[in-house]
Write a new protein. Structure first.
Lengths: 474, 1066
């Protein structure tokens, strides 16, 4: 009996000691660290997750929805046809909103902070330019939006306030100034982008610096109507060193592999029939068909050779009148590029800025350069049709208002499918569009998404409808 | 005994309630207590001197020593055995043989942690199923179906290896696991349904409890309430199914042979029309036209054109009888659906050898089951090798263990929402097209392939020919599994025992899904190689103490500590775009993708349970368990499960005792808090390499341009403060037995309320995240359970036992924090939790109604929908998948060697979304579309949608007649319109679940040979089914076991089974 008791205690003791000594490793918190995903992400792994979404959003949803409003395209079925008829509800914007904030800019906010802390200045600078680009588009479409408190879910703020648009613009100018000083420094830090910069700049900080200047000019020209001093700011920003030719254009090229296709190609193949680039009816005839589109008809009337680049089937003799121009030409290939900012746009900005300052001569020079740059972009500047068009349209009228109309209208033709033309139309009223729905005004903004009303209602600006104007659209 | 008292004080310090004083000795009595049944020594028998505080317990071998004077009366009692009382005479050796008790009241049941208790002492309800009720089923779960109150089991369909969903007292969690925990011989085993492709399509997978051979099961205990499961801590809150396997018994070697053959026939099929042929708007459009629907003319209006070159049918193409090309030959009606199914055959053999001596017993068994399904080419095969043994290795030390190796293989057919699957194309096949092309062998390529190698189907490449799917897209799964345990019991003193148990469940599940070139969803060919490796290790150390505190109060205390660890690895590799035809292999691929998914979780726990018994009348259980889980924040990772239960046998009161009418009566009550763990990796934010999609297109999957990787912040915001889900349960019940067990009633009421339930709460994207995992929801389950057992006839040799069980559970999602959380489904309909409604509700768009629930019928003449109901704009609650109540009625007749058993299984309520019918209506295949072209006046009130999209009710009953046109059926009147809710139907049933007839041959016939006994039997399953459901057997689930129950969309129909079995004992 004595032995048994001793054995018992040894038996129990050994197990208890064993249990307590292994408890520490057995309950190691490291066990709950997800092995399938990473707690950190390198600069080089985050940068593509910003550039690709920026290009995909701009060339995809933002382009599709704005181009239906500014009448470069038309929706033919499902939610797109409703949108073209200005039938839209807050839930239609949920995906776009999530793509911008939660799939794209959260990565930018993280990379900006991380690269700045690491002293990787070029990464930080590039990221700031991308934030300015994407946030600029966002505030232009929605006006007041979350920015100063956005992306702060991890630090406990899941209901960010909506900043005033004029404040966001001030922040973006500051952000771009900071980007310029980082991109302009002689050394970009220990790590600098290489192939992970999937844009046309491929990690070249000098190119990004040019874009930073041009982005300042783009944002400044938006404000030039509410505050004329911004025209000079745009001119100064470009003078500080922007694009010199189409070789400087900011674009992202997509791929032929099934995982990397261009957004327009994907829309055509996965949502065939939702969308039309050419509309129906006979080109050049007055608007009678329900899916008549302003842009291809005007370009057809103007004998604009770029139309053949934009909409392949427009002169296809075998195409029936009903589906003329259903195919978006060069973009309807899996590996097509999305052009984000072009040399043509820079010259149109200059032309507008000088026009607003009453400097007709400088405006004329910039305008002519813009027209040539646009044709050059599509290798049409040396063709007979191209030269004919340029010659016929290169002179601005003496009347400043008429001159502005021509500048903005030609910018509209030059920046095909670019969300920027919807902003331009709202700022200037050019080109002169008439509503696609009798008695209903063309929307002047996007609605806030349903998710903000559902999960952040207290902060969403009240009394917003499709014709509520953003700050610079007064 | 006195001599070692001082040492004992060491332990007494720790276990002060167990103060033990030995009596004043007269003389030392010793002896051994053995069991009458197997002659083995019985450990833990309470030996008490009546009328004194004196007493002891037998040791591991049944031995005892006690001091008592002559004339003292000693009682020997052990749960499950008849108590014996003897008077001490002159002898000092008293050996006792105890006989097992036979009444159900004193039945021994296995409770939490394998602790055996007498049913009458329990403060909670436990369901039990014995081995003889379990055989004749492939899946042990199917054997429990209908037999235990409070347990709802739903098989996901009639395909071999189909998974079963097992819910005990409703759903406890919202988005977490709701499946009961499965314990085999003390080891928690994995019961996951591993998935390779989306579970709305793809091949179905079994839940892994299928690997347990029912022939090896001795008994099953179902622990339902909080107090019953509290000792399992964070893993038991959904209820626990405790399986105890058969063990060897002392004696000469016994050989048991079980053999059976069963035949499966397809049961109910969707209701199809057999009149109209393929086409559109009444015009015939054949397979060469790519028209998938059956909106053509009547088949009888068509004639073959005699074109011998027509490749779809050797009789030629079809034209209208009036067509100049028409011959006089009338078209064949091809009943593709009926011609498709085969008779499934299952062979099942199990052989077991058992025996043992004084110090060791063993049982070795081997079983093989091969099941060929009703779907050609599908099969499931399970090979089981099992050894169990028990040995007394030293004085007071016993070791026992089990090891079970399982090899399960199967070929399952793709089903569900899948154009490459079997049933979606099969049920939609028009009656003018022969999927088999006149072939008789299921492997004949001429059914599904043209001479040029392209696929022969009626859709022009939209759907697979079902025979292409079966032959060219096989899905093979092979599981190799080992479940084992070893238990070391050391009982140094009659009142003190130590127990150490180590168990494990380790298996690999290797799957290959092939798609040959020419498959409609993977035209260039694809192969998915998907490999799982699971590992569960469980270890428990326990100290058992027993003590008689006073002559009337006995106590036992168990304290224990346990660790549990689970890990799995999934590695999936997909190869596609084959270079060479007819070589479906990763090595033949020109494009690859893949991923790994690893998960590890550990739990550490301490627990104790105290049982107090006052006389045989009042029992109290108090248990406490603390679990530490790695899935929770290390600073706050403890979860406590307290439980308290009491039961009172009031028939022990003097004035009720030995009553001939009410022979037994008991009241019980229990309270417990239990928990459900969080899943791992929800505390921190991480970066993933994933897809960027925009909701309209597939978007970009990294690596971009095949080489540039991109990591992005995960969409779910981690929650470092995540806690376990907490559920508080109380349960009251009673048991009454009349006329010496001729009538017994067991009734239970329970109420359990879960709080801090975990759901992913949506966030606005401007926070940077899409959702956050929070403990915000709460849900309640209230219910009653009744079990009734009547022996109406008990004559010499003849016995009729009528059993019944009834259970009703009312579930309500009390708080959700968000509008609804969807578990799965389709865009039109989802299975969801909605605040204020029962869990697992259907959420979908309905027809617009007025505030009285009348449909609004469009009254604007110029509208396209004039006279038709208006589709609603918003989604709503439209029904619930959980049954309202379940009942089972059993009848057992025994007469000499004959036993007849029948089980009627009733499920009342519990809706299903009949998506199969919705789709078949749209395709013009449902029998409901026979009304095509007729006029109807939709019941409802007049109204319309105004220019702003607002519904205006004009009032007045609709009198406008509308045509039941193809357009209506393909639009809002069918499954692809905007109103999915109209296909939510009552899924209740009454069915003859089981019939078993067995006959034990007269033992006198085998007196001389080696055979000891022979039993032959016949059995049937699902022989009769009554349901209002307009479709196949409503016992089905598209997404298998899991939270998205109640979806019917082209899965395998249910079966009827007939079989014969033979049991021989040598």
């Amino acid at each position: 009996m004595k032995n048994q008791l001793i054995y018992s205690l040894i038996f129990a003791g050994t197990l208890l000691i064993g249990a307590s000594s292994c408890k520490k490793t057995f309950m190691d918190p490291a066990i709950n660290v997800n092995p399938n995903s990473s707690g950190i992400a390198s600069d080089a792994s985050l940068l593509p997750s910003i550039i690709v979404p920026v290009a995909y959003n701009t060339g995809g949803s933002l382009s599709w929805y704005t181009s239906m409003l500014d009448q470069q395209t038309v929706g033919v079925s499902n939610q797109f046809s409703n949108f073209s008829a200005y039938i839209t509800s807050t839930s239609d914007y949920d995906n776009i909103w999530a793509n911008i904030y939660q799939n794209c800019l959260i990565n930018a906010a993280i990379l900006n902070k991380q690269a700045t802390a690491e002293g990787n200045l070029y990464y930080a600078g590039i990221t700031k330019v991308l934030i300015a680009y994407q946030m600029g588009l966002t505030t232009d479409l929605w006006g007041d939006v979350p920015f100063s408190q956005a992306f702060k879910g991890a630090s406990g703020n899941t209901t960010p306030v909506f900043d005033k648009q004029q404040d966001i613009y001030v922040s973006l100018f500051k952000l771009l100034d900071s980007a310029k000083s980082q991109l302009g420094s002689a050394k970009g830090g220990i790590n600098t982008p290489t192939t992970d910069d999937v844009s046309s700049y491929h990690g070249n900080n000098a190119q990004w610096l040019k874009l930073a200047n041009l982005m300042t000019a783009r944002l400044a020209i938006h404000l030039s109507k509410v505050d004329p001093t911004y025209a000079q700011k745009a001119i100064d920003a470009i003078a500080a060193g922007a694009f010199a030719s189409n070789a400087d254009n900011f674009s992202v090229t997509f791929g032929t592999d099934g995982n990397s296709n261009n957004p327009n190609f994907q829309l055509g193949s996965q949502r065939g029939g939702y969308f039309s680039y050419g509309g129906s009816g006979t080109l050049g005839t007055p608007a009678t068909a329900s899916n008549y589109i302003f842009l291809p008809h005007q370009m057809f009337l103007n004998n604009d050779p770029r139309l053949a680049v934009y909409v392949t089937a427009y002169d296809d003799p075998s195409a029936s009148a009903a589906d003329v121009g259903d195919y978006f030409g060069s973009q309807n290939t899996p590996a097509a590029s999305v052009n984000l900012v072009t040399y043509a746009e820079q010259n149109f900005i200059l032309a507008e800025a000088y026009n607003r300052q009453g400097n007709a001569a400088a405006s004329q020079t910039a305008y002519a350069a813009a027209l040539t740059a646009s044709f050059n972009q599509f290798s049409l500047d040396a063709t007979a049709a191209g030269m004919t068009y340029i010659n016929a349209n290169s002179l601005l009228p003496a009347d400043p208002t008429a001159a502005l109309q021509q500048i903005m209208t030609q910018k509209y033709f030059a920046l095909y499918l670019n969300p920027e033309v919807y902003t331009d139309w709202r700022r200037t009223g050019y080109p002169a569009l008439s509503s696609a729905v009798a008695g209903v005004a063309i929307p002047r903004r996007f609605l806030y998404p349903l998710q903000e009303y559902s999960y952040n209602k207290a902060n969403v600006p009240a009394d917003i409808n499709l014709t509520s104007r953003v700050y610079w659209d007064k | 005994m006195k001599k070692f008292l001082p040492r004992k004080w060491l332990l007494i310090l720790v276990i002060s309630p167990f103060l033990y004083f030995s009596g004043y000795a007269q003389s030392v009595i010793s002896g051994k207590v053995t069991s009458r049944q197997d002659k083995q020594g019985l450990a833990g028998v309470t030996v008490k001197e009546i009328g004194t505080p004196q007493g002891t317990f037998t040791d591991a071998n049944g031995g005892y020593t006690l001091t008592a004077s002559r004339g003292a009366r000693l009682s020997f009692s052990l749960i499950g055995f008849e108590t014996q009382v003897v008077t001490v005479g002159s002898g000092k050796l008293i050996n006792i043989i105890l006989a097992t008790q036979s009444t159900s009241i004193s039945e021994v049941v296995v409770t939490a942690l394998g602790i055996k208790r007498e049913r009458k002492t329990l403060s909670y309800s436990v369901g039990t199923v014995k081995s003889e009720q379990i055989t004749n089923n492939t899946n042990a779960f199917s054997a429990i179906e209908g037999k235990v109150a409070g347990v709802s089991i739903n098989s996901s369909g009639g395909q071999v290896g189909a998974s079963s969903n097992i819910l005990i007292r409703g759903t406890t969690s919202i988005t977490g696991n709701n499946q009961a925990l499965i314990i085999v011989d003390g080891v928690p085993i994995d019961n996951t349904v591993n998935v390779t492709e989306a579970n709305t399509g793809g091949a179905p997978s079994p839940n892994r409890a299928i690997d347990i051979d029912p022939a090896d099961i001795d008994n099953v205990s179902v622990l339902k309430g909080g107090a019953a499961v509290a000792l399992y801590g964070l893993q038991g809150t959904n209820g626990v199914v405790v399986i105890t396997t058969k063990k060897g018994q002392k004696g000469v070697p016994k050989v048991e042979l079980l053999s059976s053959i069963a035949f499966d026939k397809v049961d109910r099929l969707p209701f199809l029309q057999n009149i109209y042929a393929q086409g559109k708007n009444g015009k015939f459009l054949g397979p060469d036209k790519g028209q998938t629907r059956s909106w053509g003319p009547k088949l009888t209006d068509l004639r073959y054109n005699g074109d011998a070159t027509y490749k779809y049918d050797s009789n030629g193409g079809l034209v209208l009888a009036t067509d100049p090309m028409a011959t006089v030959k009338k078209p064949n009606f091809y009943n593709n659906v009926n011609n498709f199914f085969q008779t499934g055959v299952t062979f099942n053999n199990n052989i077991a050898v058992s025996g043992g001596g004084d110090n060791a017993v063993y049982r070795v068994s081997a079983g093989i089951e091969k099941q060929n399904g009703i779907v050609p080419t599908t099969f499931f095969q399970r090979i089981n090798l099992k050894t169990s043994g028990s040995a007394t290795v030293a004085k007071n030390m016993k070791v026992d263990g089990d090891i079970n190796y399982i090899n399960s293989t199967g070929n399952f057919a793709q089903q569900g929402s899948n154009i490459s699957g079997v049933f979606l194309p099969l049920y939609r096949t028009p009656i003018n097209f022969d999927d088999k092309n006149g072939t008789t062998n299921v492997h004949d390529r001429r059914a599904y392939q043209f001479a040029d190698g392209s696929q022969r189907d009626y859709t022009g490449g939209h759907f697979n020919n079902p025979y292409f799917a079966l032959n060219q897209d096989p899905y093979i799964s092979e599981v190799n599994r080992v479940i084992g345990d070893i238990n070391l019991a050391y009982t140094p003193l009659p009142w003190l025992g130590f127990n150490y148990k180590l168990g494990g469940d380790i298996y690999s599940d290797n799957r290959t899904q092939k798609f040959e070139k020419g498959d409609v969803s993977s035209p260039f060919g694809k192969i998915i190689s998907d490999n799982y490796l699971y590992k569960i290790i469980n270890s428990d150390f326990q100290i058992n103490l027993k003590h008689n505190i006073t002559p009337d109060v006995t106590a036992s205390l168990l304290v224990g500590a346990g660790i549990w660890s689970k890990s799995y690895t999934q590695t999936q590799l997909t190869g596609s775009n084959f270079l060479i035809p007819n070589f479906v292999n990763v090595n033949n691929s020109s494009a690859f993708s893949g991923f790994t998914n690893l998960q590890t979780q550990h739990r550490n726990s301490y627990y104790s349970i105290l049982n107090l018994a006052y006389k045989d009348q009042l029992f109290l259980d108090a248990s406490y368990r603390v679990d530490y889980s790695t899935a929770l924040n290390p600073k706050n990772n403890a979860f406590t499960n307290p439980a308290l239960g009491m039961s009172w046998i009031f028939t022990e009161l003097p004035f009720l005792k030995d009553n001939s009418v009410l022979s037994f009566g008991k009241l019980r009550a229990s309270f417990a808090t239990t928990g459900n763990d969080a899943t791992p990796y929800n505390l921190l934010n991480t970066f993933n390499s994933q897809t960027f999609a925009d909701g309209l297109t597939n978007g970009i999957t990294y690596p971009f341009l095949t080489s540039i990787g991109g990591f992005t912040q995960g969409a779910t915001l981690g929650n470092p403060n995540l806690r376990a889900e907490k559920t508080f349960t109380y349960e009251f019940g009673g048991e009454l037995s009349f006329f010496k067990d001729r009538l017994t009633i067991d009734a239970t009421y329970y109420d359990k309320e879960g709080t801090s339930l975990i759901i992913n709460v949506p966030l606005t994207a401007s926070s940077g995240y899409a959702t956050q995992t929070l403990n915000v929801a709460s849900m309640s389950n209230k219910g009653i359970e009744l079990a009734l057992n009547i022996i109406p006839v008990k004559l010499d040799g003849f016995r009729w036992v009528l059993g019944g069980n009834f259970s009703k559970n009312v579930n309500k999602v009390i708080k959700l924090g968000v509008d609804q959380v969807s578990f799965g489904g389709f865009t039109g309909i989802t299975v969801a939790a909605i605040q204020g409604y029962p869990n697992q509700s259907f959420f979908g768009p309905t027809f617009e109604t007025d505030n009285k629930g009348n449909q609004v019928i469009d009254d604007v003449k110029t509208d396209a929908g004039y006279g038709y109901p208006i589709a609603g704009q918003v989604s709503k609650y439209v029904g619930n998948a959980l049954p309202k109540w379940n009942a089972g009625i059993t009848n057992t007749f025994t007469y000499k060697g004959i036993r007849l058993f029948a089980l009627i299984d009733i499920r009342h309520g519990g809706s299903l979304w009949n998506g199969t019918e919705g789709a078949l209506i749209s395709y013009g295949k449902s029998d409901l579309t026979l009304k095509r072209g007729t006029q109807t006046v939709f019941a409802g009130v007049n109204g319309h949608t105004d220019a702003n999209g607002v519904v205006v009710i004009d009032g007045g009953k609709n009198t406008t007649s509308a045509t039941l046109s193809e357009g209506w059926y393909r639009g809002n009147g069918g499954g692809f319109g905007n109103v999915a809710s109209q296909f939510v139907q009552d899924g209740g049933w009454v069915r003859l679940r089981e019939v078993n007839l067995s006959y034990s041959l007269n033992k006198n016939w085998f007196k001389t040979g080696p055979v000891k006994s022979v039993e032959v039997g016949a059995f049937g399953r699902n022989l009769w089914l009554h349901t209002k459901y307009h479709g196949q057997d409503p016992e089905t689930s598209l997404q298998g076991a899991g939270n998205a129950q109640g979806l019917d969309y082209f899965q395998t129909p249910g079966t009827k089974t007939y079989g014969l079995n033979l049991k021989v004992i040598l």
